[in-house]
Design a protein. Structure first.
Length: 122
């Protein structure tokens, strides 16, 4: 989470010019115990870039490559899957009663001054 402001700034700048077929969500949370995160990261606060590209993996690779330089990566899971699987991928992490709240899924890009405030309050 120490790199959150840096990652968010680079994300904002990159996504302003990204093609519409590329969708990248920023998820700020404690790392779940998933196989692509090393065990020492489980339960630690992380910034996750959840990536979806509507097209062939070969076209996606050069578009997602710059994302790897936004901060120190602790894990990666990239591969082709049907759209329905992508829609369901986060369901096990959003269990009933966990008070999950998605406040910015469809928000407009934020101004530069809001990034430090957002990362301090998250």
């Amino acid at each position: 989470m120490a790199q959150a402001t840096q990652v968010l700034q680079q994300y904002r700048d990159y996504m302003n010019g990204a093609p519409e077929r590329l969708n990248v969500w920023v998820v700020m949370r404690k790392a779940p115990p998933l196989q692509f995160f090393p065990e020492p990261i489980h339960g630690q606060e992380v910034v996750v870039l959840a990536i979806f590209y509507a097209g062939p993996l070969a076209e996606a690779e050069p578009l997602i490559a710059p994302l790897r330089d936004f901060g120190t990566a602790h894990g990666e899971h990239i591969g082709e899957q049907p759209y329905v699987q992508w829609q369901q991928a986060f369901d096990p992490l959003l269990t009933p009663g966990a008070r999950n709240y998605w406040s910015a899924s469809f928000s407009r890009p934020r101004r530069r001054l809001l990034l430090p405030v957002f990362t301090l309050t998250s």
